[in-house]
Design a binder for this molecule. Structure first.
Ligand code: ADP
Ligand code: ZN
Ligand code: MG
Length: 322
């Protein structure tokens, strides 16, 4: 039986700002560990977060570039969980009222494998703004945590499950990265962890209407790794499903040298994050005029410009005279 692959991506993009999301520490990569820290980003009791206006503006700019609807009324929420890279034991993020909803990225040209891409748009579900967590470093038997990254503004761009191949996922990521760089929203330097991607992937028989069981792939640190891990998962999941196996929802990692995914955890031990509105900050409101001002500062979207150039070459009005 022929199978179809369904892919949705969750992309984290660090926003380029001078300071962190909720404090005045520098947002700067590569400094001496724990040098860009303060009581706010170290989660000391009694401190208050102050949202970074530039990060909010750039998140809305990202939404406008991708054709999203911008929520005039937005707020931050707390996502509660424990992990050593996060000293507050909760992350400030956005739950039900993110800055941006909807939108799309059109695919164009040839894919990574050289095959032409289908003429389609990949839907954006939402873009929300949150704070990055610290970085764990492992030295043999001991581990250290560097909080320089804790509190760096981080956008999460969630796509609809609209991709159907590794090539489409690669092309979507490439287009997304281009837009973020072009509009000055992020440098998207993957070696510095400024763009990080989780892949959600399932397979289903072509005749089936419902989606198959979703597997989440974590820690993919290059677009090539995204492409390779998807090809590997398609083979693995298709083999499992066609042999009658029932897949469970799980999170898998990518072993790049081995070229394989491996089980990290199953959904049974899923978290309950107890989201609730962040009580230390006011909701964020924008008038249509304020949103229009942000729009006014933005460059033309690359695919709109491409379309305009392609159409205008055919038009006699743009014929150049020497
Ligand atoms: P969760 O509640 O586990 O976070 P979501 O429904 O929010 O799941 O989806 C997270 C991501 O997974 C989105 O990018 C979405 O497009 C994608 N996704 C959802 N269901 C599937 C599926 N069956 N196969 C592949 N991707 C999926
Ligand atoms: Zn700080
Ligand atoms: Mg979700």
């Amino acid at each position: 039986m022929p199978y179809e692959t369904v892919i949705g991506l969750e992309v984290h993009v660090q926003v380029r700002t001078r300071t962190k999301m909720f404090c005045a520490c520098p947002n700067h990569f590569g400094d001496e560990p724990n040098s860009n820290v303060c009581p706010v980003c170290l989660g000391y009791p009694g401190v208050l977060p102050v949202p970074n206006a530039e990060a909010v503006r750039k998140t809305i700019a990202a939404g406008l570039m991708l054709g999203c609807k911008i929520n005039e009324f937005s707020k931050f929420d707390r996502k509660n969980y424990y992990y050593p890279d996060m000293p507050k034991n909760y992350q400030i993020t956005q739950f039900d009222l993110p800055f941006c909803l909807g939108g799309a990225v059109p695919l164009a040209g040839k894919g990574y494998s050289g095959e032409p891409l289908p003429d389609k748009r990949i839907g954006i579900t939402r873009i929300h703004l949150e704070e990055d967590v610290g970085k764990l470093n492992h030295f043999g038997k001991v581990s250290g945590v560097d909080f320089n990254r804790a509190g760096v503004p981080l956008m999460e761009i969630v796509s609809e499950p609209d991709m159907r191949s590794a090539d489409e996922a690669y092309a979507y990521l490439t287009a997304l990265k281009q837009v973020m760089q072009y509009a000055g929203i992020s440098d998207c330097d993957m070696e510095k962890g400024q763009l990080r991607c989780d892949v959600n992937i399932s397979v289903r028989p072509f005749v089936q209407k419902e989606f198959g069981t979703k597997i989440e792939l974590k820690n993919l640190n290059s677009f090539r790794a995204v492409h390779r891990s998807i090809l590997h998962e398609i083979t693995r999941q298709t083999a499992a499903v066609s042999s009658g196996e029932k897949l469970r929802q799980e999170t898998r990692g990518w072993n790049d040298p081995a070229g394989e995914t491996y089980l990290m955890r199953t959904k049974e031990n899923a978290h309950d994050y107890r989201y609730f509105p962040e009580p230390d900050m006011m909701p964020v409101e924008h008038t249509p005029e304020q949103i229009a001002v942000i729009r006014y500062t933005l460059p033309e979207v690359p695919w709109v410009r491409r379309e305009r150039f392609v159409t205008s070459t055919a038009s006699p009005r743009t014929t150049l005279t020497s």
